[in-house]
Design a protein around this ligand. Structure first.
Ligand SMILES: [Zn+2]
Length: 233
């Protein structure tokens, strides 16, 4: 669109991963260097590793996808989450849409929800990064976005302050569904990062209890033991 070109000249496009200037008119703003060095989550990634294989938790979701390994996009996600770079969310959503296009999940899904943010985090951050990402992915894929589809009714500790077992306890029974009928629906849960899967699994649980048919997740990045690292994110 013309407006995009005008904006490109006023605010020269920067690589969303490393922040360096990129060429004009790129649909996805990733510089050549980052494209060449990108570390993607492999297709055979075992996202149930911590949840099920290691800790024996019941897995409530039916599948899911992540684009990048967290360590590759760490700096970018920190800008998105903690330094107010909200516009990155739109670019993340574009990448997620392209990368997951062949997964078949968009065709199956009836609606998209996000992992709800902590109230006090919302106050300090001023926006709900997962909600924004979910909304943009819904726009790109032309699937209904359900704002507040899942509600957090317990103020949990930030997961990155906790060990693996504590993460599961921390989010247990923390969520319920919002004012929307999920019965027989296929739902995609969106978040920025997948680590142990504890949070997404709790969200999937309440969706299944309220009658959802299939529940999938989509995240921009994935970290943790399921990818052979112990980064605390
Ligand atoms: Zn770059």
């Amino acid at each position: 669109m013309v407006i995009d070109y005008i904006l490109d000249f006023v605010f020269p496009p920067r690589c969303i991963i490393c922040g360096s200037l990129t060429g004009y008119g790129l649909n996805i703003k990733i510089c050549n260097k980052c494209s060449e060095n990108a570390e993607y989550v492999e297709n055979d990634w075992d996202y149930t590793y911590t949840l099920n294989n290691k800790l024996g938790h019941k897995v409530y979701f039916d599948g899911g996808k992540a684009v990048f390994k967290y360590k590759f996009v760490k700096k970018s996600i920190e800008r998105f989450k903690y330094f107010g770079a909200r516009s990155l969310g739109k670019e993340y959503a574009k990448i997620m849409y392209e990368y997951f296009a062949d997964s078949g999940l968009f065709e199956k899904a009836d609606c998209i929800v996000s992992v709800p943010i902590n109230k006090h985090r919302f106050k300090t951050r001023g926006y709900d990064q997962a909600g924004y990402l979910a909304e943009k992915l819904a726009e790109a894929s032309n699937i209904e976005f359900v704002p507040n589809g899942i509600i957090r009714h317990k103020n949990t500790m930030p997961q990155n302050k906790l060990g693996v077992n504590e993460r599961f306890k921390n989010v247990k029974d923390a969520f319920s569904v919002g004012n929307f009928d999920f019965k027989y629906k296929n739902v995609i849960i969106v978040d920025d990062i997948f680590t142990t899967g504890a949070t997404i699994n709790e969200c999937a649980k309440v969706l299944k209890i309220s009658g959802a048919n299939k529940v999938y997740f989509m995240t921009f990045a994935a970290a943790g033991e399921s990818l052979g690292s112990d980064e605390n994110v």
